[in-house]
Design a protein around this ligand. Structure first.
Ligand SMILES: [Zn+2]
Length: 452
């Protein structure tokens, strides 16, 4: 009798463990089953060379960018080059491309049918023609272009150069400068010295921490002494208030502001602006920027306030900050995945706009917007933007005495009919307003013409 009892107990415990195991398996199967199915050893959806053979990547208009079943990219060479980083290459070197980042969606996995129902169509938020315009505007120079709808978060344009034709990948030798960092999507994964676009952050800090910022005047003589070193401007800017200082991009004025507010405050505002954090773009993590609070009263602290010293900013984060200013403080993070359908066109995946309200103060954003609008009307020139109410800031980031500076241009269109925020970086492009600014003008004009 005693032995039977012991056996019964043993069976009960065993059954309980088995049930627990099955439940655990099912829970994991439903939550991360897609990951297992899209693992590259799954012969149902990968061929012998490791190529995904199910699903397709399309742009927002339905243009096929990559068809996994036939293994073919777009039949337009320029589109292939302009969307390489968004789609990914055959060898899988571009880890942030849709082929890898969205392999679970492409595999068409669902918990009931597994991957037997065939791959899915993954629609990106991008417009391939807009990518072409940006790629052509970069005209062989290295850099990044991003444009997104700051109301919906949809990324309309995302180009990184250098690039190559994925149907005919080049053999890249070590140290070949033409292909330097070619597998990196510079928009998502690079950080650059921001130069004067960082003055948006210094301005934001001044508006919120200095009571008399509006009544201040300053006379720029072309240089100023801070911490025993000379901070210089390209020329003497003369008399101005904070509006004029931003439009002139006066280093002397902004370096003094940064020293007055202190390194801790400057760091806090870089953080608040979202420039020190990584964003998730439909699950793809962007590179986080950095800001070092230099010693109080030092020239380094002054330089950090004008986007030099150790400052580093990711282009996608800068574009998102401009979108938040456009939204008067509400951040709508950019996203790349528009929708997912079965091969027959049945919609399966959903992608909604996220909204983080109160990220920045709406009054501060309204003031920054008016200052950025004035930069365009009084400084960069409205003519290159047609009738678009562009608000912008340029940056010319020094990157060593021998190299030409990196050129930045970032901002947004202050118009509910064209809710576009943008960023352009042209590496070693020289002047921000002219090099990156003209790329931005071409892309924004094309975007507005296409109805975005
Ligand atoms: Zn100046």
């Amino acid at each position: 009798m005693k032995q039977v009892k012991r056996r019964t107990w043993f069976c009960l415990v065993f059954t309980a463990l088995l049930t627990l195991g099955i439940l655990l398996f099912l829970a994991r199967y439903f939550t991360i089953g897609g990951d297992w199915a899209s693992f590259s050893a799954n012969k149902h959806i990968y061929d012998k060379s490791g190529q995904l053979i199910s699903g397709a990547v399309l742009d927002r208009t339905g243009t096929v960018l990559y068809d996994a079943a036939s293994g073919a990219y777009s039949d337009d060479k320029i589109i292939r080059q302009a969307t390489l980083h968004a789609v990914g290459d055959r060898a899988g070197n571009i880890a942030t491309g849709a082929r890898q980042a969205f392999s679970e969606q492409l595999s068409g996995f669902n918990p009931i049918l597994g991957t037997t129902a065939g791959g899915h169509n993954v629609y990106l938020t991008l417009d391939a023609d807009l990518n072409r315009t940006a790629y052509e505007a970069l005209n062989g120079r290295k850099g990044a272009v991003g444009v997104y709808n700051y109301k919906t978060g949809e990324l309309l344009c995302m180009v990184s150069t250098p690039t190559f034709d994925p149907e005919n990948p080049p053999e890249i030798q070590d140290g070949d400068s033409r292909y330097e960092g070619v597998y990196l999507n510079r928009f998502l994964s690079a950080t650059y010295t921001p130069g004067s676009v960082f003055k948006l952050v210094t301005t934001m800090a001044a508006i919120e921490t200095l009571n008399d910022y509006e009544s201040r005047t300053y006379t720029c003589t072309g240089s100023t002494e801070i911490g025993g070193q000379t901070i210089t401007c390209p020329s003497a800017h003369g008399d101005m208030d904070i509006y004029g200082a931003l439009a002139n991009s006066c280093n002397c004025f902004y370096a003094q502001l940064a020293v007055e507010m202190g390194g801790k405050t400057m760091w806090q505002y870089a953080k608040k602006a979202g420039l020190l954090d990584s964003l998730s773009v439909s699950g793809i993590s962007t590179a986080a920027g950095s800001f070092t609070a230099a010693a109080e009263g030092s020239a380094d602290l002054g330089w950090s306030g004008v986007g030099q010293y150790n400052d580093l900013v990711n282009p996608c984060a800068m574009m998102t900050l401009c979108g938040t200013i456009a939204n008067r403080g509400t951040q709508v993070p950019p996203r790349l995945l528009l929708k997912e359908t079965t091969a027959a066109g049945l919609r399966t995946g959903h992608s909604r706009a996220e909204k983080h309200s109160g990220t920045l103060s709406s009054d501060t954003c309204a003031l920054l917007a008016s200052m950025m609008r004035r930069n365009v009307t009084e400084h960069y020139g409205q003519s290159s933007f047609g009738s678009l109410a562009v608000c912008a800031k340029s940056g010319t980031a020094e990157v060593g005495s021998d190299a030409r500076p990196h050129s930045w241009f970032t901002g947004f269109v202050d118009d509910a009919d064209h809710p576009l925020a943008f960023v352009v970086v042209v590496e070693n492009g020289g002047s921000g307003a002219s090099a990156a600014g003209s790329v931005a003008a071409k892309v924004l004009t094309a975007a507005a013409e296409a109805g975005y």
